[in-house]
Design a protein around this ligand. Structure first.
Ligand SMILES: [Zn+2]
Length: 610
């Protein structure tokens, strides 16, 4: 099964790239662009920056101490995309592997001398994930042999120590290698890495041990904290270990940490991370729009975790968060041409960015960049989009559950289905049965779709006197089901309400008080101001129904607003609020994932309201 996550038990069984083919549409177009443009872009830059040369022994070594992991993420993307360049790149990587399986271009000669920052096990984690992808898409080859040698080396070296890595990811990688090969020591090694973290296993650092989730054992933690990518990769590995060992207590621990994190530490876009200094979560309700960090990798890690929890429990709220994050973070992270990327994703940008041609050394800024000194995000996007079909649907009790409403062809058990939809721009979703079959079909109704309807339109029997009419019924958020058996030509039609809606924040999110944002379907919208358009600093919006404008299939919105004209005083505080003055204007709102594609701009999602 061609799937990045393949648990041996759970409420749902994932359907992989061999069962789900995405067709032209919002995600299908992005998968094609990724596989044809972004993967090549990432390889070119890694060659140019010398990160691939490191494996050839070129000196001086270039890139950060973890740059090997970027080549591995690229290899994973290539494996899912069945990219012809994979064998040659795998050959380069294989050259650098030492006789006992050790593989790292930075630490060769001074192995395992810095667990806090060395990232050696982190790099193996990404290498192993690439190997699992290759094994499942293609079968054994040079890359998979490199990977099993490396994993065996890790088990020999770390099984009976109390050490672990400052950056989790090897946990979920080892569980997946166990799932792909049946070799139990990989699962046991992953389990031990999970259990020893927080005892503590690592040295204290200025950010504190919470930075790498080594402050308390994972079973005792109440919420995700510290560096967001670390926290979510770890949690993904913990779910994998819990599922494979049948450890319900461990699974419940992650579920409750996820719940609190989503309720108190998550931005409207699904992004996570409020502090720039250590790329970390803030405290509960610390969600400033302008200082939001929201690393693109953190959103990918959140999608990975939500997908695992969805498979383990079948609970639609995990798919809801994954969808929110996919449309508003993953799709935002890469430009419409597939060649530039956001690293941080704030919800407000006050000053237009200065365009850069080359490497963005800061990872910040309001324009997508072709490359970064730390280019985790571009490669992470590449591997995620390459494997995206595997997130779309799952099998359950001989039927199919469709989590993500995107044009696709899905085959599982005795069901062959074709999904057609203009979602997320339009709310009609058609699922057509391609062959006679059996099994229950479930479609996810997103949490915001409170007045959706479902129609079952059976194909007419050849000798029926009159065609059977559709049965239309209201459906609630969650999964809406229609039972089989099916005849080729039968259709299910889901209608989701796509009216734009105003959303207000919890009062405890101080930074957002008195403001509101507009959403439509799964998309978060933002005001964007380029070049000579009016600035957004003094804007106040009217909470009236937004007006829709559709251009080239993209829905933009317009709301009434007032632009403050004041602000030239010598002191920005006073005993009483000044009367609101300014010009009434119409404010254009664009989908957040499309912002920054028209050049340097200011932007804001949350609008103070009149
Ligand atoms: Zn990143």
């Amino acid at each position: 099964m061609a799937n990045p996550v393949l648990p041996s038990s759970g409420v749902l069984s994932p359907l992989g790239l061999d069962s789900v083919r995405v067709l032209p549409g919002f995600w299908g177009d992005r998968v094609v662009l990724n596989n044809e443009v972004t993967i090549a872009h990432c390889q070119e830059w890694q060659e140019r920056e010398g990160w691939i040369g490191n494996f050839r022994g070129e000196r001086p070594r270039r890139g950060r101490e973890f740059s090997d992991s970027e080549i591995y993420k690229l290899l994973e993307a290539m494996a899912w995309a069945d990219h012809p360049g994979l064998p040659a790149l795998a050959e380069v990587v294989a050259q650098a592997q030492e006789g006992d399986g050790y593989l790292n271009t930075r630490w060769s000669g001074s192995r395992y001398t810095d667990f806090e920052w060395g990232h050696e096990l982190y790099c193996y984690g990404h290498l192993i994930q690439a190997g699992v992808a290759r094994l499942r898409m293609h079968g054994e080859d040079q890359l998979t042999r490199v990977v099993t040698r490396a994993a065996d080396h890790v088990c020999r070296r770390f099984m009976d120590t109390d050490e672990t890595c400052g950056h989790p990811v090897i946990e979920m990688a080892l569980v997946e290698l166990y799932r792909a090969t049946g070799t139990e020591r990989y699962l046991e090694m992953a389990r031990r890495f999970v259990e020893r973290r927080g005892l503590p296993a690592l040295a204290d650092i200025p950010f504190g041990r919470g930075y790498y989730q080594d402050d308390v054992p994972v079973r005792q933690a109440q919420v995700f904290r510290g560096h967001v990518v670390r926290a979510l990769y770890l949690a993904s590995g913990v779910v994998d270990v819990a599922v494979e060992t049948g450890d319900q207590e461990l699974l419940k621990a992650v579920e409750s940490q996820w719940e609190r994190t989503v309720a108190r530490r998550t931005h409207l876009t699904g992004g996570m991370g409020s502090r720039h200094a250590d790329e970390s979560y803030g405290e509960d309700y610390e969600l400033p729009p302008d200082r939001a960090y929201n690393e693109t990798c953190a959103s990918i890690a959140s999608i990975m975790l939500a997908h695992r929890l969805l498979l383990a429990t079948g609970d639609a709220r995990y798919a809801d968060l994954a969808e929110r994050t996919m449309y508003n973070m993953l799709a935002t992270g890469v430009a419409l041409d597939g060649k530039s990327f956001f690293y941080v994703n704030p919800l407000q940008v006050r000053v237009p960015a200065t365009p850069l041609d080359g490497v963005n050394h800061a990872a910040e800024g309001g324009l997508r960049s072709p490359w970064f000194d730390v280019s985790c995000c571009p490669n992470n996007i590449a591997r995620t989009l390459a494997s995206l079909p595997a997130y779309v649907a799952a099998a359950k009790d001989g039927g199919v559950l469709i989590h993500h409403l995107t044009p696709a062809e899905i085959r599982s058990g005795r069901l062959a289905l074709r999904v057609e939809t203009g979602y997320p721009w339009q709310g009609s979703v058609s699922v057509r049965v391609l062959e006679d079959g059996e099994g229950r079909i479930g479609l996810r109704v997103p949490a915001w779709a409170t007045d959706a309807t479902l129609a079952h339109v059976p194909v007419s029997a050849p000798d029926a006197p009159l065609p059977e009419g559709p049965v239309i019924r209201p459906v609630s958020p969650g999964y809406a089901y229609v039972e089989g058996p099916w005849r080729a030509g039968d259709e299910i039609r889901l209608e989701l309400p796509m009216r734009p809606r105003w959303t207000v924040p919890d009062r405890r999110i101080d930074a957002l008080r008195g403001s509101a944002a507009v959403e439509r379907g799964p998309l978060v919208y933002c005001a964007e101001s380029v070049a000579d358009e009016p600035p957004l600093a003094g804007v106040t919006a009217r909470v009236d129904p937004p007006v829709e404008h559709e251009t080239d299939g993209v829905v933009e919105l317009e709301v009434g607003a007032r632009l403050a004209s004041g602000g030239n005083g010598s002191w920005p505080y006073a005993a009483a609020r000044a009367p609101e003055e300014g010009a009434d204007v119409r404010l254009r709102l664009v989908p957040y994932h499309r912002w920054g594609n028209r050049g340097p701009a200011t932007m804001r999602v949350w609008l103070p309201t009149i």
